[in-house]
Structures are given as C-alpha cells and as structure tokens.
Design a binder for this molecule. Structure first.
Ligand code: BDR
Ligand code: CA
Length: 315
C-alpha cells in the first residue's frame, strides 16, 4: 500500500505526545517526512525538546525542526495547568542523542514540500497553534499546491476550553488560524465539537500503565497527569484532542462532519479566538466552503483503535 506522506506540526504537549505515539504505530500507512514545532502548550525550547525525545522514544526517525517561538501578532500564553511546567506532565524520558535540524521549521516545511515529486502532495497534521502553517502559506504561497490537505486540531463551534468562547490553539494565535482558513487549501477541522468526545477513561489510562510496555506507560502517565491536575479531574476522563487528526486520516469512517464557511474572531474582546460560522446552509456546498468540520465520532471505535494502536506500538 502506498503510504500517505505527512508533515506533523505540533507543540508537545501531553496529547500531542499521544498523537506522536499513534502516528508512530501506523508508519505502515503514514510516511512521516518531518516534524515541526511551534510554541503553544509551552515555550518553543521545551516543546522542541519534547518533540525530539518523544519521537525518539516512540520510534519515529523523521527529523525535527524548531518553528515559531511566538504567535504571528500576540505574545505567547502557555498551558502549564494542563501540561505541566515541562509540557509533558513531569514525565521523564531517556536522554535523546538526536538534535534538531538546523533549518527553521517554516523553511524546513517549504523544502520538504518543494522536494516532493511533481505530482506528489503531502498532508499537514497540525496540533498546535497554526503559526508555522500560516506563515508557510503566506511567505511561500506556491506551497499550497503541494499540500493535499491540512488536518488540524483547533477551534470549536460549541464554546471554548480556554475561555467560554475559544479553544486553546485558536485563542493562542487567532490571526494564524484566520490566515489558514482563508488559504484555499483543503482543510479538516478537528475542533472541540468532536475532540471533547474523544476521551479515555481513568480505568483505560490505568490499564495502559499496567501493560508492561514503556510506550503505553508513558502515554498513560502523561494522560494521568492531566486527569489529576487539569479541569479533566472533574469528569474522570481525558480528551485526547490531538490524536483526532491522525485518527481521522487512518479511520475517516468513524467520524461525521459537514462543510462550513468559517472565520475566527481576531479582536481583543471576550470572543477572541472564537470560530465564526453560521447556518448559511445554502452556501454549504463543498465547493463554496472553506473547511470540513468534524462534529461527531463513534467514541467506542475511537477508544478501541487508539488503545489497540498503543498496545501494538508496545510489541
Ligand atoms: C489543544 O490545546 C492544547 O493544550 C492541546 O495540546 C490541544 O492541541 C486543545 O484545545
Ligand atoms: Ca497541541
């Protein structure tokens, strides 16, 4: 089977970490060309170090390049309350011998896309603020033709998790989100509407820690940190937001969604980072819209496929 070429742009991040484990477990289907990092859950140095050690630990050989250290316009705001001061819930990983690519993340993505064969395209999986992706498309607009689609975790049609209105990745860099939404590249939005349904329970997380597999234990420990320390403790389940874009590429049949015309609130008001979209259903033909939004998932299947993948990665 021909593998789908992907570039992963992320800010690890506990759930970004589980996303890397899931992607690693399916390298027979996903050819990971490179990993870029963006500031978000923690500062750029921390998330880049995490991306290197996590990808090494999970068995991804693709190079890692450091991207933007701040949003396009705003000052960064990190998320230690969910991911810890180190971004991975205090979990200790073996020292990695690998080092980051010397190229800047945006130039690295541009080069990878440029080097693809004439008819080839790559998908971008984005699980942090969209800063790198937006700047890539703005500085090198010709790269749009080499991108098959951007499947991103971000946004929400149904309220936020960092404010009442906004999801974290869109809140962190709303201008970047707007640039990507207006880019004309095929987009799949995995926002809170679907990712809040993609949870693992306390029991499932505990089991992962007990399998005797280092990879599954690391995922369990990281998710366990969120379960004990973030607002997730109130419901006893953890949303694995960032695993959703990868799961969508592997198993689109377990998701439901619809085509929409969306924008982002870039004001400084209460709705900063909120997704703007409406019920203009007469415009919601695929060709008139700018994004395919996931709205529902078969939760049992999501859990089954995620857990099985982590288990298999451990073998
Ligand atoms: C998103 O915000 C981050 O904290 C997570 O890693 C995920 O990408 C969820 O809103
Ligand atoms: Ca993330």
């Amino acid at each position: 089977m021909k593998r789908r070429k992907v570039i992963i742009d992320c800010d690890p991040g506990v759930d970004d970490g589980v996303m890397l484990a899931l992607a690693s477990a399916h390298q027979d289907q996903l050819e990971i060309l490179g990993i870029t990092t963006v500031c978000g859950n923690q500062d750029i140095d921390k998330v880049s170090r995490n991306a290197l050690s996590l990808s090494d630990f999970f068995g991804i050989e693709a190079p890692v390049a450091k991207g933007m250290d701040r949003p396009v316009v705003r000052e960064p705001e990190y998320a230690p309350e969910t991911h810890g001061e180190d971004g991975i819930g205090g979990c200790v990983l073996p020292e990695t011998q690998r080092t980051e690519s010397r190229e800047n993340g945006i130039l690295f993505m541009q080069r990878i896309l440029k080097e693809l064969e004439k008819e080839e395209k790559a998908s971008i999986i984005a699980t942090g603020p969209l800063t790198n992706v937006a700047l890539l498309l703005r500085i090198f607009p010709e790269t749009a033709d080499k991108i098959r689609e951007i499947v991103f975790m971000g946004g929400s049609l149904s309220g936020g998790n960092v404010t009442d209105a906004a999801e974290f990745n869109f809140y962190e860099d709303p201008e970047a989100a707007r640039m990507v939404l207006q880019s004309g590249v095929p987009l799949v939005m995995c926002g809170l509407d679907v990712t809040e349904k993609c949870t693992l329970t306390r029991k499932q997380i505990l089991k992962m820690c007990q399998w005797g597999s280092p990879a599954a234990k690391l995922c369990g420990d990281m998710l366990g940190y969120c379960l004990e320390n973030s607002s997730e403790k109130y419901r006893g389940e953890v949303s694995v937001h960032d695993a959703v874009p990868v799961m969508y590429l592997l198993h689109p049949e377990i998701f439901e969604g619809g085509h929409k015309i969306l924008d982002v609130d870039c004001s400084e008001g209460a709705a900063r980072g909120a997704v703007l979209g409406g019920f203009r259903w007469w415009k919601n033909e695929a060709e008139d819209t700018n994004v395919y939004v996931l709205t529902d998932v078969d939760k049992d299947k999501f859990q089954e496929y995620l857990i099985t993948s982590l288990y298999e990665l451990a073998q």
